[in-house]
Design a protein around this ligand. Structure first.
Ligand SMILES: N[C@@H](CC(=O)c1ccccc1NC=O)C(=O)O
Length: 280
């Protein structure tokens, strides 16, 4: 084992949810080729208490076991991998766009620790947030909010069992309107037009701006579990279609058994994706 260090930081003072957990894991340098710190953004459909900064603990333990499972001598070259697991205020404590504003504040806290490039993993609504992070100036503009703190550049993104298009999700799962969409968003316009770039009325300039953002990523991974009981593959396939028309086709779409919706972030499948795509 070597989870060498964990520390929970408070990145803001309005709520006990404004916390992030920082992990440092030491592994033999020969096991990895790339090493941008990894930021994980949990889901939970913007509501409730069940997802926290502790959510990635089991996966980090698995990754640690996998990369540290051979005897290695004290002479071996070692490398530190860092994880930041973000928590943020949920509804009804706040409504959109304050969940993602908390996430941006958490990212600026990471930047202040001297980390200027990270990879992102977003689970479910955390995937929606990854799309928002690429374009935060545009959508915050709809709310006349300016966010001027520096945040790290993005190396790569893993979208894990994500929500990308709330309107299409509601066509398939109408009950989600009352279960969480109406609680997390103040109005229909907020979730149908102003939530993320999939719904911006795109001029060729905005299209180019978004295409350039995706082109600047080293890896774009869209992963979905065949056993996800809360979201079908319609969300990721629609997202892939939307990326195709940008046009941006340099992504990898992985559909495999990673367990149920809330098992995906502890799955062996995600461990492999991290090793193969973020650490190589
Ligand atoms: N709050 C519930 C349900 C949930 O998170 C959810 C339900 C349907 C579709 C997506 C969901 N989560 C996305 O972040 C949970 O924690 O599993």
């Amino acid at each position: 084992m070597v989870v060498e260090y964990t520390k929970v930081h408070k990145y803001d003072k309005q709520s006990p949810r404004q916390l992030l957990k920082h992990y440092k894991v030491v592994v033999p340098s020969s096991q990895i080729a790339q090493n941008a710190p990894i930021v994980y953004i949990h889901g939970g459909a913007w509501v409730g208490e069940s997802h926290t900064y502790n959510e990635l603990g089991p996966l980090i333990d698995k990754l640690d076991l996998k990369l540290n499972n051979g005897a290695y001598t004290t002479g071996e070259q070692l490398t530190e991998i860092q994880f930041f697991v973000l928590d943020y205020r949920m509804s009804p404590e706040v409504v959109h766009p304050h969940h993602i504003l908390d996430v941006l504040h958490a990212l600026s806290f990471v930047y202040k620790l001297g980390i200027h490039k990270v990879s992102l993993i977003g689970h479910s609504a955390g995937s929606t947030m990854c799309t928002q992070i690429l374009e935060y100036k545009t959508f915050l503009g709809f709310y006349d909010i300016e966010f001027t703190l520096p945040v790290p550049d993005i190396d790569s993104i893993v979208f894990l069992d994500g929500i990308f298009d709330i309107s299409k999700m509601l066509e398939e799962y109408p009950s989600y309107l009352q279960e969480f969409v109406e609680i997390a968003f103040r109005s229909e316009q907020d979730w149908s037009e102003k939530c993320n770039m999939l719904h911006y009325k795109m001029t060729s300039d905005t299209k180019k701006e978004i295409r350039d953002k995706f082109n600047s990523l080293r890896k774009t991974i869209i992963a979905h579990s065949t056993k996800d009981e809360l979201l079908s593959t319609r969300q990721p396939t629609e997202f892939c279609k939307w990326l195709d028309q940008l046009p941006y086709t340099d992504y990898k779409y992985i559909v495999q058994d990673m367990g149920t919706h809330n098992e995906t972030y502890k799955s062996d499948g995600l461990v492999s994706i991290i090793i193969q795509h973020l650490l190589h």
